[in-house]
Design a protein around this ligand. Structure first.
Ligand SMILES: [Zn+2]
Length: 131
């Protein structure tokens, strides 16, 4: 399985190696963080000494064009374009630290893959997407 992730705004690939690398900002704190490319794997790579308090809401930005990746679908979700083995999908992930909720929506037919222990919190949002 191979995944490419792109900024929906500028189209730049944000996982040039493997891990998805985004700018994270909250209050005065800003850093580069890496996410595992496999949906549902919540391993997080962050700079030494940095902390993500559970429940804190972060903003994530494209490292190339600096667009805020916050989704219009739900204020707690961010959105990226995912290309999995040539198939275009929209990937949504929670921007709340410690919240495991990821949705992958295939563009051609809106088929939805759901990952994470807390994904049910967004049932209403994702059901709307499916209908
Ligand atoms: Zn961008």
């Amino acid at each position: 399985m191979s995944w490419q992730y792109k900024c929906s705004k500028c189209g730049s690939q944000v996982n040039p190696g493997d891990m998805v690398t985004l700018v994270a900002i909250r209050g005065g704190a800003q850093m580069l963080v890496g996410f595992h490319p496999e949906p549902g794997n919540y391993e997080l790579y962050k700079p030494a000494g940095s902390e993500f308090e559970q429940g804190d809401t972060w903003d994530f930005f494209c490292p190339v064009c600096h667009t805020n990746l916050k989704s219009e679908t739900h204020e707690n979700l961010c959105e990226l374009l995912q290309i999995e083995d040539g198939v275009r999908k929209r990937l949504f992930f929670s921007r709340i630290a410690g919240e495991r909720a990821t949705f992958v929506v295939r563009e051609k037919d809106d088929d939805v893959e759901i990952h994470g222990d807390h994904s049910a919190r967004y049932d209403a949002t994702i059901q709307i997407k499916k209908s």
